[in-house]
Design a protein around this ligand. Structure first.
Ligand code: BES
Ligand code: MN
Ligand code: MN
Length: 469
């Protein structure tokens, strides 16, 4: 049976697979920083070559308006097989990575991947998010091609690798619109960019949160002022900004913006029970980030997991103003600003939430001050049907590959493409990801454990098998 040979190929050639991943991770494809534009392009070409080697037809599609101002999307298709009657699968991943700072906290340079042991892991920026996870799929494809001579076991497959996921997917909506005819041929999307329940416990993620990201600046006097001469008689934009932002939450830690919760789907009792049954160790999770059990704070009447998976939040992600250099300087700054974002759940709409927030800020404008408000975009939340036929196929594949069926989990993170595909094309997504909570994604010393890679590669190989049944 071919699938057995494919799985054997993956373990026999694991060293080469990991070396290829190391090679890809060596390319610093930081999408948010224009200085890395050529590297982002190189990472796209690397993936395109890999896909071509597995028998797919590949193009590197420029994005952006004006054309080419964005980072490209790698788009690939299997040649197609007349005998295959299963669903046409769209595999999505991203080849861009987050910036590396603070760089001094890395134990080894972020783009010089190293393999460490106990547990066996690969340390580099992008190791888990998302090159390492995409590589599980790429190598499953390669294995099928090497063993059978056929691309993707004959499955009708479209592959789409984005280069701007970590910088807000700003050109993705236009891309999806422009390629709607092609993408409409797909029946379901598969994404490996989420996590497992725990080590050795694979999972399917049936919901990710959305995001609305903003930057707000409060302007006061037209110049910085001596705080002795002016303090106490004119508005200090930092004081005023933090006073306003502090009103974002009430005593129960609910967001106070009117209508913020209007379209939030309440969590059902059955789902609450399922989440509780997952047995997630809250105290251990807190300990892992240096916190005691008393730090479990959040919206009243919701559990640790419910707060992450099923409830929206407001967060200040950065705040600056005034003097931030060494020593002391007595100053009233002319302005102060903050990055404020909202994690959203179904059926909240990021644009609507941003509008509500901006209206709320205008209603709370401190006297004598002026707001400058910037919308940095975001993405829709995505909740996935848990009873679809393709999902059943994925569950079977994971069970056969890992010897244990997937837990059904959600994630607090956001993957903008899923909401877009659902909204524009009615496409459902299956998130089958193999990250661990302590993989340090977006942080120094990001890693991906080889056991996770193995489970993921085998699961994708099995997925290509099960799809043909
Ligand atoms: N892979 C993550 C999202 C994620 C993280 C899903 C953890 C599940 C578990 C993705 O690359 C990411 O970082 N997304 C951003 C989206 C934003 C830039 C629009 C996020 O969630 O902040
Ligand atoms: Mn990711
Ligand atoms: Mn990310």
């Amino acid at each position: 049976m071919s699938i057995q040979s494919v799985v054997e190929w993956l373990s026999e050639h694991e060293k080469a697979c990991v070396e290829r991943l190391v090679d890809w991770l060596g390319i610093p494809s930081i999408s948010t920083d224009p200085a890395y534009e050529a590297e982002v392009q190189r990472a796209a070409e690397w993936a395109a070559d890999h896909l071509r080697g597995s028998g797919l037809e590949v193009e590197i599609v420029p994005t952006g308006d004006p054309a080419g101002s964005g980072h490209p999307i790698v788009l690939a298709h299997t040649p197609g097989d007349a005998e295959y009657a299963g669903p046409h699968v769209l595999f999505y991943g991203h080849y861009d990575v987050q910036p590396v700072d603070p760089v001094d906290l890395w134990e080894s340079p972020p783009f010089e991947p190293v393999i460490k042991s106990d547990p066996e892991r690969i340390v580099a920026r992008g190791a888990c998010d998302d090159k390492g996870q995409v590589s599980m799929f790429l190598e499953a494809l390669r294995a099928w091609k090497e063993v059978t001579g056929k691309a993707a076991n004959g499955v009708r497959l479209t592959v789409m690798l984005e280069g701007e996921e970590e910088s807000g997917s700003v050109n993705l909506e236009r891309f999806v619109e422009q390629h709607a005819e092609t993408l409409k041929n797909c029946d379901v999307c598969v994404i490996s960019d989420t996590g497992m329940l725990a080590r050795g416990k694979p999972a399917i993620t049936y919901g990710v949160r959305g995001l609305a990201y903003t930057e707000v600046t409060l302007h006061g006097p037209n110049q910085d002022l001596h705080s002795g001469m002016w303090g106490g008689k004119v508005p200090n934009p930092i004081n005023e900004l933090v006073k306003v932002l502090a009103k974002l939450w009430d005593d129960d830690r609910r967001v106070t913006i009117p209508h913020f919760y209007d379209s939030v789907r309440p969590i059902e009792q059955s789902e609450r029970e399922q989440l509780a049954d997952l047995g997630v160790d809250e105290v251990a999770a807190l300990r892992g980030v240096g916190l005691g059990p008393e730090a479990s704070v959040g919206e009243k009447n919701y559990s640790f997991l419910e707060r992450e998976w099923a409830r929206p939040t407001a967060e200040i992600n950065g705040i600056v103003g005034g003097y931030t250099g060494k020593g002391a300087k007595t100053v009233i700054p002319s302005h102060a600003s903050a990055k404020v974002s909202f994690r959203l759940v179904a059926d909240q709409d990021p644009r609507e939430i941003t509008e509500l927030f901006f209206a709320w800020l205008n209603a709370h404008r401190p006297p004598g001050c002026r707001w400058e408000l910037v919308d940095h975009g975001g993405g829709h939340p995505a909740t996935v049907a848990t009873d679809s036929e393709p999902l059943a196929v994925a569950r079977r594949a994971i069970e056969k590959a890992c010897g244990v069926g997937p837990a059904m989990i959600k994630s607090g993170g956001s993957i903008p493409v899923a909401g877009l595909l659902k909204q524009k094309l009615g496409l459902e997504t299956i998130f089958m990801g193999y990250g661990l909570e302590d993989d340090r994604v977006h942080s120094p010393n990001e890693k991906f454990e080889l056991d996770c890679w193995r489970m993921g590669a085998r699961s994708h190989a099995w997925l290509l098998e099960e799809l043909t049944h």
